[in-house]
Every structure is written in C-alpha cells, then in structure tokens.
Design a protein around this ligand. Sequence first.
Ligand code: FPP
Length: 240
Amino acid sequence: MTSNEIDTGRLPRHIAIIMDGNGRWAKRHGLPRVAGHEAGARSVRAAVEACREIGIEALSLYAFSTENWRRSKREVEALFRLLGKYIALELDNIHKEDIRVTIMGRREGLSKRVLGDLTHCEELTARNKSMVLNVAINYGGRAEIADAAKAIAAEVQAGRLALSDIDEACVAKHLYVADLPDPDLLIRTSGELRLSNFMLWQVSYAEIVVTRVLWPDFRKRHLHRAIAEFQSRRRRFGGR
Ligand code: FPP
C-alpha cells in the first residue's frame, strides 16, 4: 500500500507505536536478540520518515519501559548503546526535517551519558515545528500517572493549586509531555493484544491496530495500512 491510498483529509494527528517482536525476529533468523533490536532501529527510521512525509503531527515510540530493566544486563546495555548510535546517526537529519524530539519517562535511573544525549536532542530541536518525535524511555504509564499525582499534590501543599482545580485537564497538564494531542491511533506489532503499560491515560479513545508483522520488518507500507484501517473505523468517543 502507498501513501496515495490514504485520505490526507482524515489523518490521525498523533500515532503511538508499541514496537514489539525484535527478539522473535532475531530467533527466526538464528541471530542474537541484540541483532533484532539493531534491525528494529532501522524500522524506527522508516516510521519517522513515513509520518513526516504524510504530515502526522506527533509520533510516540515505546523504546524502553520501566519493566525492561528486568532483562539481562547485556541486553539493557545493548539497547542504550543502540539508542546512542541512533541519535548519533539520525539527529542531524531529524533536526533538518524540522522534527522536535521530546523524551517521555522517568529521568532518574538513566546514566549521565544517556541523560546528556537525550537533553541534547531536546534542546537542539526545541523550536522545530513540523512534527514531534516523542520517545518513551524508562517509561511506565502507571508511573506517569503516579508522578503526575505527586506533582499535583505538591502544588496543592504549596498553596498554588486548590483541590477544586483538579480535573482531567489538570492531570493531563502534569503528564511527562503535556503539550501533545492524545494519540488517535495506537499500533502494536507482532500480534500481541496488550497495552503493556503504554500511555494509559492518553490512549483512552485511541483506535488500536495490531499487526502480526514483527517490528524489524515494519516498513512504510505497514504504517500506511494501519492508517487506512484507522480511517475505516467510526470513532464514537462514547457517544452514539
Ligand atoms: C520489543 O521487542 C522491543 C523493545 C523492548 C525495544 C525497542 C527498541 C528498538 C526498536 C531499538 C532502538 C530504539 C530507538 C528509539 C532507536 P522484544 O525484545 O520484546 O521482542 P520479543 O517480544 O519478540 O522478545
């Protein structure tokens, strides 16, 4: 499927992707798990390019969850090494494409080097306007809501916020990245039917598209197909 078959008048504003299946892809090819993540990084490039070409406002990617620390030390190190390599290779191009990078997740627990790399991405691209690339690192949806509750409680305690000010908009404003529209489309690769603690607050009304394609095999045509599926749905937001 090509981008010509998509109705550009009814695009999702924000697409979120749970990139799953790197390990299975590696196993299928008789390769170590890390090779699956390396191949997955190439799919990240394809997804970013496709979204930028079509004119999607924001793309959120689940790169590393708070639960991923349970993997072997070797795999965790490889994932962060890959992230650094991706930034080194792609950041110039991302900046040239006028894409703003935002990082969503807990900063505590990340190494100084990773934090430095991520802050550099955010600062360099802060004024870019054409698209937002929001990368979830050390991210958990429940942790995000708990952190928002803590930040709100601190403001109430300091007398800057009244209890009556706490509503859905107030909670949304205290999430890690506050200025993005909610995802309209959530894509999960590799056929698993789970949210895995991803953007729990924000995906309340997202259309979910699950594809059996493993993340390292995910290319532009798969993104176009997911958007076409999204466009075939009737969104009701709880109404009739
Ligand atoms: C899930 O596959 C994928 C991840 C935990 C990490 C995603 C990371 C990348 C695509 C590489 C680098 C990221 C960026 C943003 C450059 P899995 O290992 O859980 O696969 P499995 O379920 O088949 O084992």
